[in-house]
Write a protein of this length. Structure first.
Length: 152
């Protein structure tokens, strides 16, 4: 299972706060990365540190081409500080992306199999779409799943 970051906030003292699709909020001390990996020393530049962004569908964060962290690493090594109500659209989107990857399908393959436009699948997987039940049924069927199994 991939942990999906839905929100990232740079804080003082080289701390980032990551909110995950499951509602977990994690504090991660980036100073540890500087001590372990000298390339992260660049992040002492506050402007660069503050430029952190979420990669793709949330499987990691990055500052530039050299500096990135995986969502799994942040989740595993960070300090869990809170739990917020999860966003159901993100949970379903993450489940669709994971089921699609398990089947070895691209978004294009899923689009062809389900009849749902690839752009819509991309939005749904990012938690930015608002699919109808019919659309979710088409996608789930193409993945050999039920809609209910995508929400568990």
């Amino acid at each position: 299972m991939h942990r999906v970051i839905t929100k990232i906030e740079p804080k003082d003292n080289m701390i980032i706060i990551a909110t995950f699709a499951d509602g977990e909020v994690v504090s991660f001390d980036v100073k540890e990365m500087i001590n372990k990996y000298p390339v992260f020393k660049q992040l002492e530049n506050r402007k660069l540190f503050d430029s952190v962004s979420i990669d793709g569908v949330g499987y990691g964060i990055s500052w530039n081409d050299e500096l990135d962290l995986s969502s799994e690493g942040i989740y595993a090594k960070g300090k869990h500080i809170d739990k917020v109500d999860p966003n159901i659209k993100l949970i379903v989107g993450q489940a669709i992306a994971e089921a699609r990857e398990e089947k070895g399908m691209s978004q294009r393959d899923l689009s062809y199999a389900s009849g749902v436009m690839q752009a819509d699948i991309s939005k749904i997987e990012k938690g930015k779409g608002n699919p109808t039940l019919t659309t979710l049924q088409k996608i789930a069927k193409s993945l050999g799943r039920t809609v209910a199994s995508l929400m568990l």
